[in-house]
Ligand binder design. Structure first.
Ligand SMILES: NC(=O)c1ccc[n+]([C@@H]2O[C@H](COP(=O)([O-])OP(=O)(O)OC[C@H]3O[C@@H](n4cnc5c(N)ncnc54)[C@H](O)[C@@H]3O)[C@@H](O)[C@H]2O)c1
Length: 244
């Protein structure tokens, strides 16, 4: 089972793109220059975590800050700044695509930190609309709903908690392909927030749109709600009247 970024890479590789996979700390621009004497044209911010136990609002194991926010928010924003600087240094046009989420369009009591991090991405990308016209750098976000990747399968109890079933999922390959179109196709301008769910793909405008008909946005059964909230209720039950 492979993640979304890997599937994007697979499509890009088939188009004969040169590919560099790097952490922010590894000086990824310097490596690109040293290998190809050029900076990348396309930048994908693909790392992310889904509120794991070690960085969870409800489990609350961290003292002063949340690593989830560093990974899901700081990393795509910093990568975008690195991309702008690199592209300007060579006077090139380019594209950034951040993997946001449908969680960046709505709230979810079970994973509020994840939702907050993905809302940050949506707000950031919407703020970057002028960058394409002013600087030639198109900055976009893809917002998938449920994708069966290690993000879920590595935490199988989460699949149960969120009542995941195949009917509502898209494949990582579908998302990777949509990212290729988002990056390449001129109909998608800088600042585009593109939602992809099992019900189709659509651009999410800045104001007023009805939700897609997924079970998370439509009428949710009480059983699914209870299952979803069970770990949180259990945890908070222990905290009630537990004097510090
Ligand atoms: N799977 C879904 O249902 C879904 C839905 C919407 C959005 N997304 C988003 O898609 C993106 C990719 O997730 P995925 O579903 O492909 O899962 P994934 O677990 O396969 O990919 C996430 C990758 O991020 C890497 N990563 C995590 N923390 C890191 C760190 N500190 N430094 C470097 N790398 C780190 C992991 O090693 C992993 O390879 C994430 O941002 C996720 O929030 C996923």
């Amino acid at each position: 089972m492979l993640g979304i970024s890997f599937e994007f890479i697979r499509f890009a590789h088939a188009k004969r793109a040169k590919i560099l996979i790097a952490d922010l700390q590894l000086g990824l621009i310097a490596i690109s220059v040293s290998i190809w004497n050029d900076v990348p044209d396309i930048y994908i911010a693909g790392a992310g975590v889904f509120e794991p136990k070690w960085s969870s609002f409800w489990q609350d194991p961290e003292n002063e800050t949340y690593d989830s926010i560093a990974i899901n928010v700081n990393h795509p924003i910093k990568l975008t700044r690195i991309a702008i600087q690199a592209l300007l240094s060579r006077d090139k046009r380019g594209v950034v695509c951040i993997i946001g989420s449908i969680a960046g369009l709505a709230g979810n009591y079970a994973v509020p930190l994840y939702c907050a991090s993905k809302h940050a991405v949506t707000g950031f990308v919407r703020s970057m609309v002028p960058c394409e016209e002013l600087e030639g750098v198109k900055i976009t976000a893809i917002c998938p709903c449920l994708v069966r990747t290690p993000l879920w399968t590595d935490q199988s109890e989460r699949m149960e908690q969120f009542s995941i079933d195949d009917a509502e999922t898209v494949t990582a390959a579908q998302v990777g392909k949509a990212m290729i179109t988002l990056v390449e196709d001129g109909q998608y301008k800088g600042g585009t927030v593109l939602e992809i769910t099992a019900f189709g793909t659509r651009v999410i405008p800045e104001w007023n749109i009805s939700p897609p008909p997924t079970k998370f946005t439509g009428i949710v059964s009480q059983t699914a709600i209870d299952r979803n909230l069970a770990p949180i209720r259990a945890r908070l039950k222990k905290e009630r009247r537990a004097l510090l």
